[in-house]
Design a binder for this molecule. Sequence first.
Ligand code: NDP
Length: 491
Amino acid sequence: MSNLELLPINVAGEWRLGGGDEYQSLYPATAEPIARLNAASPSDVDEAIVGADRAFRTSGWARMLPHARAAVLHRVAALIRERSEDLAQKQRLDNGKPINETRALVASAAGTFQFFAAALETLEDSITPSRGAYVTMSVHEPMGVVAAITPWNSPIASEAQKMAPALAAGNAVVVKPAEVTPLMALELAKICEEAGVPKGIVSVLPGKGSVIGDAITRHPLVKRVSFTGGTTTGKHIAHIAADKMMPVSLELGGKSPTMVLEDADLDHAVAGVLYGIFSSSGESCIAGSRLFVARSIYDAFVTRLAQAAHALRIGDPASERTQMGPLITAKHRESIERYVDLGVSEGGRIRTGGVRPSGADYDRGFFYTPTILEGLGNNARITQEEIFGPVLVAMPFDTEDDLIAQANDSVYALAAGVWSRDFKRAWKLGRAVQAGTVWINTYKQFSVSTPFGGWRDSGLGREKGREGIFQYMEQKSMYWGTNEEPLPWAR
Ligand code: NDP
């Protein structure tokens, strides 16, 4: 073991060593350990949740006036901004994303806290039309202890996306970050504490999902799970939730189609398709991993795209020039390599990439080149299954009807992209494609003010948007009697 100091975790506001096994977080660019900690144990889980429930009931957080709770969340946003460079560098080390990307994620986390502070302060309950001798109101209440389970690909943004609305709603939140990327959730817990979130309202429990995530999900005091991760895990959580009659939101996988029509602005389309699949090394739920190009421009377009992919700058995540960093782990790279081999065995041809980059800079880290395969249909396994890496399958299409049928032929329906100069065709395709988000003449743009989520195997529920706060609240209808006389039935 290295001589890094053991990091404490946060159990109901207590910073202490986890009760589980010791492990290390590695820098994916060099495979060097950057943090050492003990995972949470099942008894830490119980203690954190019981403590969170107590804090929810007794700390005053849930009943704080909205503008006062919002002020605390504004301080969280300000502290994130104050420490943004340090946070961006830590996340770079934790998951290997290029520094420009981690800076953007940190900025987005601050924006998310700011947005939900504003949503809270301006949230309105309603008086509904009365149908009798009463006044009816619909109000919202916090739920209690809610859990946030997050993946490794964009830690600080995913965690903020759940913590900010959950806290704004007045809940206590127990965060289970991905085992391999524990740092950002721990930093956010420190910031919440400094900003004035009462002790016990935030806990962070790193550790294996199958042990710690599972124990959190099953705990009777957990009233909601907000999960981002793979579809198989999401379905497992949904089964547990059904038994507990517990609401869940599930942000799951994707295999998003990008459609380039013959009238597209090709400079924009090449840049957008490239960014859509290869930014974040393709480790993105919304990666545009299935490319459909009008047959008349297919060869020319894919040639330009392959040249641009080949020229991408892969390497040191600390450099601002780097466009693609390493993959998250050696194991994940092996899984991507198996998918590329499978694609070739299914009859695919590698147009570019398909190998690890060579040279001393890449010896220790988990790098892989941007890869484009063609010659496969939409029904091939690598066109249907989520790879979660820098692998694009390119296919020509003939008619718009055929395009729509193929684009929708997937168990996933998270996102889609349309490239066309003809706004009527773009509109028609955008409406016909089944997806939680459609980008027209752009791709992978995100706004916290716009709801996000998937259809079918891509998930349940929506995060972000002003309505995002209601995911973490129960609705309550209140009737105020205005009768002059006792109710007639009893007379
Ligand atoms: P996983 O589903 O394996 O893990 C996600 C989180 O769930 C991790 O914290 C993990 O812990 C935890 N977990 C694992 N098993 C369980 C369990 N039985 N009970 C409770 N929690 C559990 O996904 P990956 O880490 O592989 O992340 C990649 C996936 O996430 C991709 O499929 C991707 O599409 C999806 N994703 C979806 C997004 C969206 O918004 N729709 C955004 C980003 C990613 P541990 O760390 O121990 O594995």
